[in-house]
Structure formats: structure tokens, C-alpha cells
Design a protein around this ligand. Structure first.
Ligand code: ASP
Length: 579
């Protein structure tokens, strides 16, 4: 069987030492250029480009003239030194070229629909076009670099865990619901019409069962599926590094993760993380930064309004008045106003005001209090203050979210620093919008032992044995020590409003397992997409996912989600429902 000319060398690796060697390279035509009677072809593979030269007397000269960018070729030739005047110091292979002796066109390419090798034009190319032609977008060296870096990150984490005796175990994706506070993606069962699998929101229950099974140290790079409403940087499926350990306390999990992170950042990015990582309790974080995922690369801490301000803004006795002050840097006041307004569009149950003093008139969203506000807060020229009035947590979170975004917008953050920290001492419960008790994390999180007695009296004061890991203002992980006692687990379910029947129907297997020797255990899950994106300096996780969905949760390339063939719908007895 005939085969094609197979590579002996990678394009990007040819150097002066290879001069005189006969080589075969395989790759894509990056560019063709003709100077007088000589043609130059840049051939590219994933390692880089090499210049191939073809003189007019070469029998392949005419074939070369027909080459187009992105044609796939195999080239045989001899490496030779470029004449000194033609050395290209910008190119790692710039001292040499390949004199072509044989050329095979393996595949032709049409003109590309996106300008992948023009960085300027790429900046204005819409993301949906990039995603429609993702396989072309991925030809860009930047994208290859992102995914190779991701692979390196994952490999380092994996090696680190392996060397510490962790066992990688795969758990099912088709399962019964594993709640993490989001909606399940449901998969209809053909064999049991009317029944559904839920795609796992996380391996939470399975990893706990592995601890009961005696595995003691588990990890998995698990895909998680959550059917949430579209948000700018969410994906319906994402990857977590999921970890669980037995006979551990919160401190053991925290120190393991710190070791993993330090090792990975050092090996893959040559970056040093503080030892130990800083920690804030949830209430400290809220007080100072307003949010449980603060960007601590800059100060601008939240302030509490004094009596004068409370009076001016008619704050009720149960209401908080919190403020965020910042210098607008070189920005025009109007631009800062627009930025802040972007945060006010979302209806919130709190009252929000801002004043900005640029070089011109005072800008404010409320003329009636604007100038008085500026006076009371002593707002200087080039300064802005945003004030929120209402519920303490809501005002804080609003200002905290704005603060994190402002840090990036106003360039207050140092780009070369990885600000990783822990947030601890979260409340075990919170009230949802309808005022119903819900778990802050998930219902398997253990309360602090000293708080168990508060469960019946002041449940909202109970502190969880949980911890979140934050990097540069993004939550990149979270975990907890779990409940390993059936009675307590049933109690928590009951507090969350589950009847005995519901509890047994959904979680009977877990409750039963807790009766057969469940060691104390705990763990964490790290969001790999976000971790890698932040580590590489990208705002969007889509830059580090090979084939992501777009912001509308669709895949413009394959057309997912698509309509299944009628036959299939008939098989799962759904046709009637849909028509
Ligand atoms: N299962 C949790 C989550 O996905 C993480 C954990 O508690 O380990 O957020």
C-alpha cells in the first residue's frame, strides 16, 4: 500500500546543526512568496515554520506555484544555511532553509473563512465565527499553547496526587441526581420510558461512597454538568479536579491543596505562591471586600457609612449603608459612569448611588442627593464613590462584585501576581429568595462540631466546616468536611424540608451506607477551566477549552443542542409529548 512521505523532522526544530541533512517535513503551507525566479514556501506544523526554497529549474516549480495557504504538504529536501543577508533572527529556524527535492500535496485548502494568522483582524472576529470554525481557530499557535499548557497543568496535578498515594477513580456520568444547587441535565431512558438519568453535577456522592469503601484518597478529573441559565462565562459542562480524603480535618485538606497548587504553579509557570496562603473568614471577606471571592491584589476596602450618611439616604434601622471609594485614574468621568451604570441595570432590592468627580461637573445617578453625598463623603477630584443601602449581605455583594470588576477595569491589579487565598467559616445555611433554608454549599457539608447544638435554635448562625479557594477574584475551588453520621445527615435533610419519603427515595443509598462504617472524610473540587484560564491570564474560560459552547450555551459548529431524529424520539416514547 502506498503511503505518503512521512516526516523525519519537525518544521520548527531545524537548526544550523542540521545543515546538509536530507529531511522530510509534513505540515501546512503557511505562506508562499515569489522573489524573481525563486519561490519561498513557509511550511508549518505545530512546532513552528521553516522556509522551503524552490528555484525555477526545479521540476516542482510549477506545482509550488499552484500552492495555496493551508494546503497540506509533504516536502523532501536538504537543509542548507541561508545566505547571511537572508537570515531571519525573528524565526527560531531563521538561519536555515530546506531546498526542495520532492513535493507531495496531501490535501488542498480553500481560502479560510477566518483570518487566523492576522492577530489584528482576529481581535475583531466575533467569537461565534471562531467557534463555528473552531478547528481553524485552534490552528492558531496561541490556542495550541493554551491547550498544551492546560495539559501540562493537569499532568502536574495528576503526578502530584499520584505521588501522594491518591487513586484516580472514574465515577458515573449517568446517575441519579447529585445536587450542587443547579438544575440537572436529564437523559431519557429508552429501556424505562418516563425515567431519566441525571448527568452528574459533581461526583460528590460517589466520592463519599469511595471513602466509605475504604479508598481513603481519591481524585478524578471529572466533567460536571449543570443546566444553569446562560451567563457570560459559564459552561453547561466543565471540568473539576475532584478530591476526597478519609480521616482528615479541614486543615489536612487545605494543606494538601496548598502543596498541589504551589507545586503546579512552580513547575508549569515558574511562579511562586505564598506559603501558607492567606486566609479570610467569610465575615471578614464580606466586611472588607464585600464578596466571598475578593481580588486582594489591590486595597480599596469597603467603608461603612456614618450617621450623617444614613440620615441623608434615609437608612432604616435594620439597613446597612456601605460604600466603595476609588480613584478613577486617567479615565474620563463619563466612561467610569458608564462602567458603573452597567452594574446598575440589574434590578436589586437595594438602593444604589454614585458620585464621580472628574475635571468637569459632578456626575451622579441621583441629582437630589449627589452634591450632598459628595460633600459628606469628601469626594476629591479624580475620585468616585458608590454607596449601597439595604440588606448587609446584598449591599456588600453588590459593592464587592463592582470592586473586583473595577480592579480590572482601572488596572489597579498587578498582572504578574497570583493572589490565591482561602475563605473559611461560611454559614452552613442561607435563605433563598423565597426565604427557605438552603445549604450554602451542599447538604453533605458538616457543621462545626461546636455548632451542632445551634441547629435547632439559630440555624443561620451555624458555621460549616467548609472552605473556598480564590484566585485573583475568581472562586476556583470549594470543599468541606462531610457529614459521616446518618442521624445528623437525616436531620439536615429534614431541616432543608425533605420528607422522610423524599429523603429515602433520593438519598436512601447514602443514608444506608453511612450505617456501615463511614470514616470522617472531606475533600474539595477545583474548577480546572477557571484555574487554567486565570493562570494563563485569560478572562474567558473558553480560551482554555477546546470545543466550548458559546454564551448562549450552543455549539455553533455542530449545532448542538440539535433535534433528534423522530425514530429516536419514538423509541424513547417521546414523540407524543413533543408533537
Ligand atoms: N462537590 C462540590 C462542588 O462541586 C465540591 C466538594 O464539596 O468537594 O462544588
Amino acid at each position: 500500500m502506498s503511503t505518503f512521505l512521512k516526516r523525519t523532522h519537525w518544521c520548527g526544530e531545524l537548526r544550523r546543526e542540521d545543515v546538509g541533512c536530507e529531511v522530510v517535513i509534513n505540515g501546512w503551507v503557511h505562506a508562499v512568496r515569489k522573489v524573481g525566479r525563486i519561490s519561498f514556501v513557509l511550511v508549518r506544523d505545530r512546532t513552528g515554520v521553516i522556509q522551503v526554497v524552490v528555484g525555477s529549474r526545479n521540476p516542482y516549480y510549477r506545482v509550488v506555484e499552484g500552492l495555496a495557504p493551508e494546503d497540506v504538504v509533504a516536502v523532501r529536501g536538504v537543509v542548507r544555511a541561508r545566505p547571511p543577508s537572508q537570515v531571519n533572527p525573528e524565526l527560531p529556524t531563521g538561519e536555515v532553509e530546506v531546498e526542495l527535492s520532492e513535493l507531495i500535496v496531501l490535501s488542498k485548502a480553500k481560502p479560510l473563512p477566518i483570518p487566523i494568522f492576522d492577530p489584528e483582524l482576529m481581535k475583531t472576529t466575533s467569537e461565534s465565527v471562531r467557534l463555528k470554525y473552531r478547528y481553524l481557530d485552534l490552528r492558531r499557535p496561541e490556542m495550541f499553547f493554551n491547550l498544551v499548557s492546560r495539559a501540562r497543568f493537569l499532568r502536574t496535578l495528576r503526578n502530584s496526587l499520584d505521588s501522594r498515594g491518591f487513586v484516580e477513580v472514574e465515577t458515573p456520568y449517568l446517575a441519579r441526581s447529585t445536587p450542587e444547587g443547579a438544575r440537572d441535565f436529564l437523559v431519557p431512558s429508552r429501556l424505562y420510558p418516563g425515567r431519566f438519568y441525571a448527568l452528574t453535577q459533581s461526583p460528590q456522592l460517589f466520592k463519599q461512597l469511595l471513602m466509605i469503601a475504604g479508598f481513603e484518597r481519591y481524585y478524578q478529573f471529572a466533567r460536571c454538568f449543570r443546566d444553569e441559565d446562560p451567563r457570560a462565562d459559564r459552561q453547561p459542562e466543565f471540568t473539576q479536579l475532584d478530591i476526597e480524603m478519609s480521616f482528615v480535618t479541614k486543615e489536612d485538606v487545605i494543606s494538601l491543596v496548598e502543596e498541589l497548587m504551589r507545586e503546579t504553579f512552580a513547575k508549569t509557570l515558574n511562579a511562586e505562591l505564598p506559603d501558607p496562603l492567606p486566609r479570610l473568614t467569610y465575615s471578614e471577606a464580606l466586611k472588607k471586600y464585600g464578596i466571598d471571592k475578593p481580588d486582594i491584589r489591590f486595597e480599596n476596602l469597603l467603608e461603612d457609612g456614618g450617621e450623617d450618611l444614613r440620615v441623608l439616604l434615609n437608612a432604616g434601622s435594620g439597613e446597612s449603608v456601605r460604600a466603595l471609594r476609588f480613584g478613577i485614574g486617567g479615565r474620563a468621568a463619563g466612561a467610569v459612569r458608564e462602567f458603573i451604570e452597567g452594574f446598575l441595570t440589574h434590578e436589586d432590592a437595594i438602593r444604589r448611588y454614585y458620585v464621580i468627580k472628574g475635571s468637569g461637573a459632578l456626575l451622579s445617578n441621583d441629582e437630589s442627593v449627589g452634591s450632598e453625598l459628595a460633600k459628606l463623603l469628601d469626594v476629591g477630584v479624580g475620585e468616585a464613590v458608590v454607596v449601597a443601602v439595604g440588606d448587609y449581605v446584598r449591599t456588600s455583594e453588590f459593592l464587592g462584585g463592582l470592586r473586583n470588576a473595577l480592579g480590572r477595569y482601572l488596572d489597579l491589579v498587578r498582572k504578574d501576581v497570583f493572589a490565591m487565598l482561602w475563605i473559611t467559616e461560611f454559614p452552613l445555611f442561607e435563605l433563598n429568595e423565597s426565604g427557605v433554608l438552603t445549604p450554602r454549599h451542599h447538604p453533605f457539608t458538616s457543621p462545626r462540631p461546636e455548632d451542632v447544638s445551634k441547629l435547632d435554635v439559630t440555624p443561620l448562625d451555624v458555621i460549616a466546616q467548609s472552605y473556598d479557594l480564590v484566585l485573583n477574584g475568581y472562586e476556583i475551588g470549594g470543599g468541606s468536611i462531610r457529614i459521616n453520621n446518618r442521624g445528623l445527615q437525616e436531620k439536615i435533610f429534614t431541616m432543608l424540608g425533605l420528607t422522610i419519603e423524599e429523603m429515602y427515595d433520593r438519598y436512601g443509598f447514602l443514608l444506608e451506607a453511612l450505617d456501615y462504617g463511614a470514616p470522617p472524610h472531606g475533600g474539595i473540587a477545583i474548577g480546572v477551566d477557571r484555574l487554567v484560564a486565570v493562570a494563563l491570564g485569560h478572562d474567558s474560560i473558553r480560551e482554555v477549552i477546546a470545543f466550548p459552547k458559546n454564551k448562549e450555551m450552543m455549539d455553533p459548529m455542530t449545532g448542538a443542542p440539535g433535534k433528534p431524529p423522530e425514530e429516536h424520539l419514538r423509541e424513547i416514547k417521546w414523540l407524543k409529548v413533543l408533537l
